[in-house]
Design a protein around this ligand. Sequence first.
Ligand SMILES: Nc1ncnc2c1ncn2[C@@H]1O[C@H](COP(=O)(O)OP(=O)(O)O)[C@@H](O)[C@H]1O
Ligand SMILES: [Mg+2]
Length: 222
Amino acid sequence: MANILEIKNLTKVYKEAQNEICVLNDVSFSVEEGKFIVFIGPSGSGKTTLLNLIALLDKATSGSIIFKGEDLTKFNENQAAKTRLLDMGFVFQFDALLPEFTVLENILMPALVANKKAKAQARYWLAKFGILQLANKFPPSLSGGEKQRAALARALINKPSVLLADEPTGNLDTQRKEQIFKDFAQTAKEEGTTILMVTHDVHAANYADKCYKIEGGKIQEM
Ligand SMILES: Nc1ncnc2c1ncn2[C@@H]1O[C@H](COP(=O)(O)OP(=O)(O)O)[C@@H](O)[C@H]1O
Ligand SMILES: [Mg+2]
């Protein structure tokens, strides 16, 4: 399988007043298409920084991020926004579903922004994640696990080639965590979506195709 993503000599230094902190120090790795990749590291190890760089929400100090053959670090704001909307999906620790819209409407939101019709696709994901019966409910009436599955469906609605997940289970109990990890692994396997998830939860390693440790500015395969 081809590499969908190649991180080459990526460095991120934050400067604050007199201090400089090197959060990512010359890291390189490649991601094969359709794999579920997990990065495990403690709080403050640079997990969010890594995802923000790939998502083009932050700028690298040096290095390159080759996504489908193009260097994302060279993208302008327009290209970045388009790539984020059409080719990347995002899941965060908190579901960020809009409470005044139904679950189905929430899931359709990114498709609406992209001017795509996706109702059938939304129902497909709802059924796949076992929450089709919740389509017309409002998010505040859902459990934490159900909300995260709805957030996952929303992240996938525009059929992105890569899904970026930042501590998506940080707010869930053990049983619900495992369900989410399984949903991710299944999505990579069956849909061919490449998934990069960062977490401090070592159990995630059991579900991943490949697992990296992120610590002290370095990223190493586990
Ligand atoms: N915008 C910023 N400015 C300065 N320092 C930052 C900024 N964002 C993150 N950091 C620092 O970079 C380090 C890594 O942060 P982060 O990527 O959020 O870690 P994690 O997600 O693993 O908890 C932390 O020490 C944090 O304080
Ligand atoms: Mg973080």
